[in-house]
Design a binder for this molecule. Structure first.
Ligand code: TUI
Length: 308
């Protein structure tokens, strides 16, 4: 299946793996890359040395096949990671949770392919003007930090407003989602939630169980009031967080710190009480753990049949 995205990134399938903080490390990224997609290492809120080790590990596991690093722009280490990807000659960088404008020229000069996540048309146009190679249009069905628009409404509007290729994200976990995205004007997809239950994903078993058990309405959004909306699986933590938020007892910084610490507790400890188990609305459709290559090949084969 060749599209502008497989051409741009030199990959077999137009599927990239989301840069999920505390989840997307070298082993998962290399598995996705080795299966023909584009694996990503998440910078999250980790310091540069941690991510340098992951980059080198992924290179060992994936040879010279391409992979990327996601830089979460709200990270206190975003500037360090921006420099790190240049030093380590990472071929592809995706960004999230902000505008990467200040880093764009540096990355383009270094020959890095830059693919910002955009939640709206205005930012999409701005990123194209600054030299982005492609865009990820992520709808609010996605897990983690989200914008306002749904994938169905966002993708065709972004596709109409730019000339660079668009990757659809949010609510996509099978061949139907891939085929539909191509119909909406995208040239590829980014998936996160479906990779949470991949055999090669290193998160705690409890996290995987929670995704497998989730129903269609098993996620909720916290942080809307503060301007940092985050989608995660409903849990005692999300309910408590929502109450704290509504009460106005905590500052935004305190709430953000609570949120990012909680993601680590979910991914590494499977802490049901204090963890924030970020996942997208498509979690309700995910009912088994599978190896990454089966996930990818199943998705491609199903999409081919539908598109034919
Ligand atoms: O970034 C994500 N998903 C994430 S980041 C994250 S970690 C986090 N922890 C605490 C608070 C906030 C984040 C968990 N999940 N997805 C990509 C994404 N980017 N979704 C939405 C956006 C976005 C939002 C606003 C991108 C740009 C943007 O621009 C605002 C501006 O500056 O114009």
């Amino acid at each position: 299946m060749r599209t502008k995205i497989t051409e741009l990134l030199n990959i077999k399938y137009p599927v990239i793996q989301g840069g999920m903080a505390w989840v997307a490390e070298a082993y998962l990224a290399a598995a996705v890359t080795n299966a023909g997609g584009l694996g990503l290492i998440a910078g999250g809120s980790a310091p540069a040395d941690t991510i340098r080790r992951e980059i080198r590990k992924a290179r060992e596991l994936a040879g010279n096949k391409p992979f990327g690093v996601n830089i979460m722009l709200m990270s206190p280490f975003a500037e360090d990671l921006a420099e790190l990807v240049v030093e380590e000659k990472v071929p592809v960088v995706t960004t999230g949770a902000g505008s990467p404008g200040v880093y764009m020229e540096r990355w383009k000069t270094a020959g890095i392919k830059v693919i910002p996540v955009v939640p709206a048309v205005a930012l999409a146009k701005r990123m194209e003007r600054l030299g982005a190679d492609a865009l990820i249009a992520e709808g609010c069905e996605a897990g983690g930090h989200i914008g306002e628009l749904t994938t169905m409404a966002l993708v065709p509007q972004v596709a109409d407003s730019v000339d660079i290729p668009v990757i659809a994200a949010g609510g996509i976990a099978d061949g139907r989602g891939l085929a539909a995205s191509l119909m909406l004007g995208a040239h590829g997809v980014q998936c996160g939630t479906v990779f949470l239950t991949a055999n090669e994903c290193i998160i705690h078993e409890t996290y995987k169980e929670m995704v497998l058990k989730a129903k269609d309405s098993g996620t909720m959004v916290t942080g809307r009031k503060s301007g940092h909306p985050i989608r995660s699986l409903k849990s005692s933590f999300t309910r408590r967080y929502a109450e704290l938020e509504a009460s106005g007892e905590m500052t935004q910084e305190e709430l953000d710190a609570l949120g990012s610490g909680a993601l680590r507790k979910a991914a590494t400890e499977g802490d049901r009480e204090n963890g924030s188990f970020m996942a997208g609305q498509i979690a309700g459709m995910i009912s088994e753990c599978r190896p990454v290559n089966e996930i990818l090949e199943g998705m491609i084969n199903e999409a081919q049949v539908l598109l034919n």
